[in-house]
Ligand binder design. Sequence first.
Ligand code: CTP
Length: 409
Amino acid sequence: MSLKGKHIVLGITGSIAAYKSALLTRLFIKQGAEVQIVITPAGKEFITPVTLSALSGRAVISEFFATGDGTWHSHVDLGLWADLMIIAPATASTLGKMANGIADNMLITTYLSMKAPVFVAPAMDLDMFRHITTQRNIQSLIDNGVHIIDPGTGELASHLEGKGRMEEPENIVAIIEDFFYKEAATSQTGELEKNKILITAGPTFERIDPVRFIGNFSSGKMGFALAEACASLGADVKLITGPVNITASHKNIETISVESAEEMYKASMNLFPQMDAAILSAAVADYRPLHQEDEKIKRTDSDNLTIELTPNPDIAASLGKIKRPDQTLVGFALETNDEEANAIKKLEKKNLDYIVLNSLQDEGAGFGKDTNKVTVISRKGQKISFGLKSKKEVARDIINSVFFSKKNK
Ligand code: CTP
């Protein structure tokens, strides 16, 4: 996920690294964020507000009152407006003021009024950074929930071992994207609002005669868990399910019950053009009896009975053919050998964006179980393997990988 629509307050203080803030601003804007810069008086010695306001498209705030007309700049409003505050570069002096509540400039008052998460990218020479006072201030900020970007290591610090140099803007943006991604992934509501998602689930039954069918052991649990998870994130879900013994309860889920692969195919092809994404977790029969007998097949005296099978349409591949660039298509693969290579082949053949690999080699994973163990592979070759978890948690992992991963598709 990019930073689209995020409100970021960028605090800049008096360090030579302030030149990096210009690039940081540009990167934030490029990712779709809105950036409000608050600069300390010392910060202005290193980079001009003109440069920064041109890059951010907003007047830079420095004083409590605008110099021209005396308008009061409300740090309280900024605290409410922001989704995130980052101070980069942060000098030893600013860290000290933050840790001790010395609100003698607009940046510190904004920090003290901030309702959103606060990140800090320290920048100073190594002796200052290592000084016990600085370390104590930083530790106190960490203890108060401020996220410190450990200088030089590009990590969020829980303890400090950095080199004092401000982290590179690209890494700061990556850390912040990651933060929003995790926040979105763990939040429960609204993140997939207005998304229309098609999900196929369960087995298909292929009729042989009026009382018999060819089916499989799929319980539909994985698909139903995906439907519930998408719905709870605000998505509008169409759940096309083969014959199963479970029901979906969320109000955002419309269940469409089908029996055979052909019925599932028709329903899927019909709905897919209106969808933003489709997740195909159904265990679709690849073949059906060539002839469906109208009457129950009788036992005869001949030794063997042969049922001729004919291929079913491949729903995943058919949707892959009509998929638009704005649509996301996710398939599943159940493999017994050469798992990853086979899954990737399937992803390419069916023109999927992601494939979820279930391994039959893992105990506790697969048909009828309440748990599953999956690897999500993207078209770009990005691969995330998860441990054995409940299908509800697996559903969230899949959704996070598909919809909230910063390296989408
Ligand atoms: N699938 C589908 N329609 C079919 C068969 C499969 O939509 N007729 C979908 C499944 O829902 C799954 C993916 O395709 O998302 C992979 O299914 P799988 O049965 O593993 O693949 P096949 O192409 O049938 O390959 P094989 O059985 O040879 O491994």
